[in-house]
Design a protein around this ligand. Structure first.
Ligand SMILES: Cc1cc2nc3c(=O)[nH]c(=O)nc-3n(C[C@H](O)[C@H](O)[C@H](O)COP(=O)(O)OP(=O)(O)OC[C@H]3O[C@@H](n4cnc5c(N)ncnc54)[C@H](O)[C@@H]3O)c2cc1C
Length: 330
């Protein structure tokens, strides 16, 4: 086994942006992950885990370390068929997991119709939409801990999932090198295959209609903003906004979504701040969905970073709200 060298990350990025990785390795099983991590430790180089590349902005300068892709695929039923337990490798696409569930008439993941990326990436960020989140179906997660160089299994509770958050994400911040998700077990319920397919298709159609999928992109750049950032949680204004499903703030009417808790859409804040269609170099704040910054014409990571800063600053000045990045940057 050997690391590849100077591999273009743009080729592995949904954004088609990114310079070279000094070292690059695709691990097809847990043994290869262990080998790669030992090797990186021996070489004293940093490691970045890259999966589907659907949520990462990679620097044009590249990455001076090892980019490790956990390409552990496979989706299979565990235990008796009636239990509804399904295990998926971290490198399996969410599409593959959904297709497996559909073949077995297993319901619970329809919300993820059209969600790009892998199971590992979605677990780590507790991906969610349309009222569903990964945590709703997860039973347990296996991960590789680089501190002990051992594999461990956590129950869903121990994963401490939150809004686009998990123990895996928090460990990265604390230790500078998080655990690598290897696989996850999901509990799904017996359902009606036609209804499951219809629900998933509806989500795909919604995405096509409302998201600028015609351009390279990495999804929503910023997290939606908790309503409590505008009105304190116990205030009468907060309760009234939740009850009405909308709030009037600084002269603008915002819908209040309760997914997964009362929030206002970052897209609406950016749009109302007048930034639809604003571009920098080859990057553009999508007029269709302003929380997407699309790669319209050979954008650089710098172009995107400038638009992100602009969006944050203009929204802060106009609405006094701080946007928090949803995407990861390396
Ligand atoms: C068009 C579009 C729509 C989207 N819609 C949604 C949506 O509705 N809801 C939502 O939540 N997200 C959405 N996203 C974002 C993205 O698809 C998800 O966050 C996805 O789960 C990321 O998976 P990935 O495999 O591409 O991860 P990557 O983008 O490769 O990585 C994302 C982060 O996860 C880490 N990571 C990846 N794999 C592992 C692993 N095995 N172990 C540890 N860390 C890992 C990486 O280091 C990185 O920090 C969308 C993206 C696009 C492009």
């Amino acid at each position: 086994m050997k690391f590849k060298e100077n591999i273009s990350l743009a080729a592995y990025s949904h954004y088609k942006i990114g310079g070279p990785a000094r070292f690059f390795f695709e691990a097809k099983n847990e043994r290869e992950i262990l080998w790669a991590m030992k090797e990186a430790k021996r070489m004293r180089i940093p490691v970045f885990v890259l999966a589907g590349g659907t949520n990462v902005l990679m620097d044009d300068k590249g990455f001076e370390g090892l980019v490790l892709r956990p390409a552990i695929g496979g989706v299979h039923a565990v235990g008796g068929a009636r239990k509804g337990l399904v295990e998926a490798g971290a490198g399996a696409s969410m599409d593959a997991l959904l297709a497996f569930a559909l073949r077995r008439s297993l319901a619970g993941l329809e919300w993820a119709g059209g969600l790009p990326g892998t199971v590992g990436g979605a677990v780590r960020g507790n991906a969610g939409c349309f009222g569903g989140e990964m945590k709703d179906s997860i039973v347990s997660v296996r991960s590789f801990d680089p501190r002990t160089m051992k594999v461990r299994t956590r129950t869903v509770k121990q994963c401490a999932f939150g809004y686009r958050d998990s123990v895996f994400k928090r460990l990265e911040k604390r230790t500078g090198g998080g655990e690598i998700v290897l696989s996850a077990v999901f509990r799904l319920a017996k359902g009606d295959a036609k209804a499951i397919a219809r629900a998933a298709k509806e989500k795909i159609a919604y995405r096509k209609k409302h998201q600028p999928l015609e351009y390279a992109n990495i999804g929503s750049m910023f997290k939606n903003v908790p309503l409590e950032k505008i009105h304190p949680k116990r205030s009468a204004k907060y309760r009234a906004a939740v009850a009405a499903g909308e709030v009037s703030y600084k002269g603008t009417r915002f819908s209040v979504k309760t997914d997964p808790f009362p929030v206002i859409a970052a897209a609406k804040l950016i749009g109302e701040a007048g930034l639809r269609g604003v571009s920098m170099g080859g990057a553009m704040i999508s007029p269709k969905h302003p929380n997407f910054i699309v790669n319209a014409l050979g954008a650089s990571s710098w172009d995107v970073a400038v638009l992100m800063l602009l969006a944050k600053e203009v929204v802060r000045r106009r609405f006094g709200v701080r946007l928090e990045e949803e995407v990861q940057m390396i």
